[in-house]
Design a protein around this ligand. Sequence first.
Ligand SMILES: Cc1cc2nc3c(=O)[nH]c(=O)nc-3n(C[C@H](O)[C@H](O)[C@H](O)COP(=O)(O)OP(=O)(O)OC[C@H]3O[C@@H](n4cnc5c(N)ncnc54)[C@H](O)[C@@H]3O)c2cc1C
Length: 327
Amino acid sequence: VSGRALLVVELVDGAVAPAVWEAARVACELVGGAAQVTAFVPGAKAAEAAGALAARGIGDVRAAADPRFDRAAPGALAPLVAATASEAGAHVVLVAGTTSGRELVGSVAAAWNGAAANGITELHADGDALTVRRPVFGGRATETRRLVGGRAVLSIRPHAFPPWEGAAAPLRLTPASGTPAASAFGAERTGLDAGTSSAGPSLGDAAIVVSGGRGLKGPEHFHLVEELAASLGAAVGASRAVTDAGWRPGSLQVGQTGRSVSPQLYIAVGISGAIQHIVGMVSSRVIVAINSDASAPIFRVADYGVVGDLFQILPALTAEIRRVRAG
Ligand SMILES: Cc1cc2nc3c(=O)[nH]c(=O)nc-3n(C[C@H](O)[C@H](O)[C@H](O)COP(=O)(O)OP(=O)(O)OC[C@H]3O[C@@H](n4cnc5c(N)ncnc54)[C@H](O)[C@@H]3O)c2cc1C
């Protein structure tokens, strides 16, 4: 479509968050190339991050290099994002599908008077309107929405689009205009539970998740799941049987009353596949189940199933993955 897009860039420890590149792809493809995209980068390290954007072709960068943004609640950014979107002549604002990104979408839409949609997996332009699709009800249905009015604010579902890789463009770095009122910083983000019990990617954003269930028999065996996850660079998840029993914290629970995840690969170990668990992981791209009971319901949603004893399979699998990865 004609017009421009604004990409909101989230920084993690001063570097562009990986999910931003997925939003960048949607932005660039929607408006016909990186030259039509303006990036908005908040935070103390905004200028450094601008170089990474120009290296992938997004050279028009507006920086709000105010260190207060590094700890601000996402809503504090909304007035600046809205002002920058208008200035840049954007008709769509793309935001990474992170926790902060999803939170930002609503407040930017309100400040900019645009339509909002979170977690989109498809997007088509038809005239001035945008049609977006996204999974709802734990992946059991797909919602299609037509956004009219010429202004849309969208976040992308993690891993639904490949990261943008564009050829480098010259950097034009300008300060974002408008100074936020001090009251905008009334709420400060002092921490965010990453949802993992150990080092590794966070459950919500990970490309691979390995989850363990009651089949592990006790907390003393859960390290088998954690070691498999570590060998794959995966996040660790759990069924409610595990979190209710206190084997692992509730932040790891996947399912209806836990987290919904949609990684590229989900490995369920010793999990029976109760519907309350399935709704939290069924939109994963590839599902692998390891269970000793061939009639376990998890095999109905699995792309690959291994019927067998996890106490034999997991150590062998972890050792083999480590061997292959060591090259
Ligand atoms: C309102 C409500 C909300 C809920 N929300 C959630 C939720 O968010 N998330 C969630 O997970 N659950 C949730 N539940 C609970 C859910 O119904 C199940 O009770 C739970 O998911 C079962 O966990 P599990 O699969 O680990 O255990 P089980 O159902 O006990 O399954 C254990 C599995 O391990 C297998 N196994 C045993 N030994 C081995 C072995 N040696 N090798 C390989 N496999 C083995 C067994 O064959 C079995 O299939 C909810 C329930 C309710 C009522």
